[in-house]
Design a protein around this ligand. Structure first.
Ligand code: VG1
Ligand code: CO
Length: 540
């Protein structure tokens, strides 16, 4: 056991979900160790409690697990559960933590590319299985900026490839199958017999694991347990650099899957997941389901799945997520909460039993089964709904729109813009907000404009500066916020939404429907002049 002197790092402030930096930043001497010691100090784990460790398989995952094991031993941790090969998807880690651990460390930068020139990340989840709250992450950042030494034990390299228990001094290391417990949980929630029958009847699925962590999970569940043909899962082998790809399941980065689902001889259903397996993209044959609509459709059809047959207590969405689910909540007469971006804000509502389902526009959907968003869970929910309703994805969504109305929705991402320009734009717009109220924009009237702040109804805390929003009298919204997950420059996100009900909406093109609002947003924010960008990096 050794106490190593270090110089503190002032840049270890976790963002939307954990600390994310270039791999090269994490490779600086003492960098990872400093942050892990700060985590241990703030978590102050009791003796004989369990810590879960796993990651999405990216570059540095294995090395980081070894370092964390040595530091766990030196910090008095006696029982650690690690996924085989150091692997755990984020939702699977959440589930394992909920089996009785005090917390868990997840090694992932989620949808950010991996590899020596990509990103690495680390996040801490608390005993309920969910991301640590802001109070915790702020305390970690404060500690990381003042630490001058960390504790590390001199352990031999622990074999992560063999399932079983290894005991080194006082530390018991349980290397577990990363998939098994999670797959059992999914079988307990969904009607696997009905989905198996759907697949046996010829329903064709394509799942793109994007060479990230969901490959082993999807192969076990879709191919082995549900009988989908071998090859249903593509890019199923986790690679340290994700095969050079960008494991973000959206129309830009999952383009091969999108092309297949929009091509001749398209399968009936397509899905993709992100680096750490907590997000999902749902596609029907020649049909894209927006994540906001996906949440609303799942909410409206939840009773199809055995795990949700009793109905929902309430739902929640992040502020920039479209209000599609609000219409469902109203019809079901249940509560609907609006939280800031980031899964940690759902934790209290889930723990208190106020909500059963929640989601974000960024391809994240989940429920009270774990305390993270869950990509494969959403895929299985859709398959369960399709099996129960015996309709295509397109039919299900069209009927949904006819019943509840349609929320046209788009997100524009401007990546890697200079931080000063991004901050300047936000300040300019924030200052303009009060003068916009009651003025006309895109043939509508502004009814409300503010910098979103959230008051947590359970613990009473307030989170400010969560995004600038302009609300219009017909239910349309324009929202600007800065990303908390980028690692180079600033990423500015523009979210635009409008709502229509009536027969005409089914066939309309989203970008055409939203163009007047997008133009107004660009003008209000002076985006082109301030950033020099005439087009976004990604349109969703
Ligand atoms: C993005 C998304 C947000 C999501 C976060 C973490 O954050 O917008 O909705 O919770 O990523 O997702 P930001 O701050 O860049 O907009 V991930 O899959 O860590 O799993
Ligand atoms: Co993710």
């Amino acid at each position: 056991m050794a106490s190593i002197q270090t110089t503190p790092f002032a840049d270890q402030q976790p963002g939307t979900s954990g600390l994310r930096k270039r791999s090269t930043v994490f490779q600086q001497p003492h960098y990872l160790e400093n942050f892990v010691q700060a985590l241990f100090d703030v978590a102050s784990l009791e003796r004989d409690t369990t810590l879960v460790i796993g990651g999405d398989g990216r570059y540095l995952n294995r090395e980081a697990v070894q370092t964390i094991l040595r530091m766990a031993a030196a910090n008095g941790v006696t029982r650690v559960v690690v996924g085989q090969h150091g692997w755990l998807s984020t939702p699977a880690a959440s589930h394992l933590i909920r089996q009785g651990a005090a917390g868990g460390i997840i090694l992932s930068a989620s949808h950010n590319p991996g590899g020596p020139n990509g990103d690495f990340g680390i996040k801490y989840n608390i005993g309920n299985g969910g991301p640590a709250p802001e109070s915790f992450t702020n305390a970690v950042a404060g500690r990381a900026a003042t630490l001058t030494q960390y504790r590390i034990a001199d352990l031999p390299i622990v074999s992560l490839d063999t399932i079983g228990v290894q005991t080194i001094d006082a530390l018991h290391i349980h290397v577990v199958d990363p998939v098994a417990a999670y797959a059992e949980l999914m079988e307990s929630l969904f009607d696997f017999a009905a989905i198996r029958a759907l697949i046996a009847s010829g329903f064709r699925i394509r799942f793109d694991a994007m060479h990230a962590i969901t490959g082993p999970y999807a192969i076990e569940i879709l191919e082995r347990r549900l009988g989908a043909v071998h090859g249903t899962v593509i890019n199923g082998e986790p690679l340290t650099d994700f095969g050079g790809g960008h494991p973000d399941p959206n129309l830009t980065y999952a383009h091969a899957l999108v092309e297949e689902l929009f091509g001749d001889d398209a399968p009936d259903f397509g899905a993709a997941s992100d680096g750490d397996g907590d997000r999902n993209m749902i596609l029907g044959q020649r049909f894209f389901v927006t994540p906001s609509d996906s949440l609303a459709v799942i909410a409206a059809n939840a009773k199809c799945a055995p795990g949700y047959a009793r109905g929902l207590t309430g739902v929640a969405r992040s502020m920039p997520t479209s209000r599609a689910v609000d219409h469902v909540a109203r019809a079901l007469n249940i509560e609907c909460f609006e939280t800031p971006t980031g899964w940690k804000f759902f934790g209290n509502l889930l723990d208190a039993g106020r909500i059963t389902l929640c989601g974000e526009e960024s391809f994240g959907t989940g429920s009270d089964h774990v305390r993270e968003k869950d990509g494969l869970w959403a895929v299985l929910f859709w398959l369960n709904i399709i099996a129960a309703r015996k309709q295509s994805v397109e039919q299900i969504v069209n009927e949904h729109w006819t019943k509840f109305g349609r929320n046209y929705y788009t997100r524009y991402d401007y990546e890697e813009i200079p931080t000063d320009a991004a901050n300047g734009l936000m300040t300019h717009l924030r200052d303009r907000l009060p003068s916009l109220v009651q003025t006309p924009i895109a043939n509508r009237i502004v009814t409300h404009a503010d910098d979103f702040s959230y008051h947590d109804p359970i613990d009473g805390t307030t989170s400010e500066h969560q995004g600038l929003r302009v609300l219009l009298n017909d239910g349309s919204r324009i929202i600007f916020r800065l990303s908390g997950t980028g690692t180079a420059g600033a990423t500015l996100r523009l979210y635009v939404e409008s709502y229509e009900i009536g027969p005409s909406h089914l066939a309309r093109d989203v970008q055409t429907a939203l163009k007047p609002l997008v133009d107004a947003a660009l003008e209000l924010s002076e985006l082109v002049a301030r950033t020099g960008r005439t087009a976004p990096t990604v349109i969703t």
